[in-house]
Design a protein around this ligand. Structure first.
Ligand SMILES: [Zn+2]
Length: 278
């Protein structure tokens, strides 16, 4: 209960120190975006992104942009900076999914379009089935413009991989390459970048998804077929889940998923429009 989240938070603190003069750090163990100051929540004990952003501010950052790509709303980070004009939070997550706002008698999911916390928060609750082209539309239409407008001196991107189609915890249908593309697009928008892990409940897509993010951040090419050592590592993973009863070969032999193309639905277009006008 203690050492795992403490290691994640320590990694974040170290990351904030390492990017002091600029640079990029990937803190795989971090991203526990639901943790509260007085309460654990949703597998999160210490809120690593909130603590790390706190260190960035202490070290002199004036504007930190927090982008949350996990399938769940980054409620703990948003609320941690409720009254902090130096931190802008933007969360993309599946609409209607946990966490729920317990202040309501009839609880609603947090992170609705109108949920702006103290004013520096924006939320993109997306419909189930979100595909790669829709994430690209969100990225071009609202994510990148908001970052450019805020002109941050540091970006924190929470790279939960539970929005991927292979993950059992959400109904979003992204391929890992869509996530990698978004990370690549924001990579050079600020002099400091800290990327973290986050949710991910299929160990094969976690390993493949985060290895690919590492490749994007470090400018490595992703091979079409994995080398033998990597394949062996993946084949050794034991996972008791119905999804693992007949696993596709690509879980063992590749990093990149095939793209999940699809139409850009009206909900996505109107989401971009509404959030742009806030
Ligand atoms: Zn999640």
């Amino acid at each position: 209960m203690f050492s795992r989240p403490a290691t994640a938070a320590g990694g974040g603190r170290r990351a904030a120190e390492l990017v002091r003069g600029g640079g990029t750090v990937f803190n795989l163990g971090g991203g526990q975006h639901h943790g509260r100051p007085d309460q654990a929540s949703g597998f999160c004990y210490f809120n690593e992104p909130a603590l790390t952003i706190g260190v960035l501010l202490e070290k002199g950052c004036r504007r930190v942009f927090y982008l949350d790509l996990d399938a769940h709303h980054g409620d703990g980070v948003q609320d941690a900076f409720h009254d902090e004009a130096r931190v802008f939070t933007l969360s993309v997550h599946e609409a209607g999914r946990w966490p729920m706002d317990r202040r309501n008698v009839d609880p609603l999911a947090t992170g609705g379009v109108g949920d702006r916390a103290g004013g520096m928060a924006r939320n993109l609750p997306v419909p189930s089935g979100l595909n790669d082209d829709e994430l690209e539309a969100l990225s071009e239409g609202i994510i990148l413009p908001l970052i450019e407008q805020f002109d941050p001196d540091a970006i924190f991107v929470q790279c939960g991989v539970d929005a991927l189609a292979d993950d059992p915890q959400s109904r979003l249908q992204l391929s890992n390459t869509a996530l990698w593309r978004t990370v690549a697009q924001i990579k050079n928008l600020a002099p400091r970048l800290i990327a973290s892990g986050g949710g991910g409940y299929n160990p094969f897509s976690v390993a493949r998804g985060w290895a690919g993010i590492w490749a994007v951040l470090a400018d490595f090419e992703v091979p079409d077929r994995l080398p033998e050592d990597a394949e062996r590592l993946l084949r050794d993973i034991k996972w008791q889940h119905r999804l693992a009863s007949n696993p596709p070969e690509r879980w063992f032999t590749t990093l990149a998923d095939p793209a999940h193309h699809g139409p850009i639905r009206d909900e996505i277009r109107s989401l971009i429009k509404t959030v742009s006008s806030l």
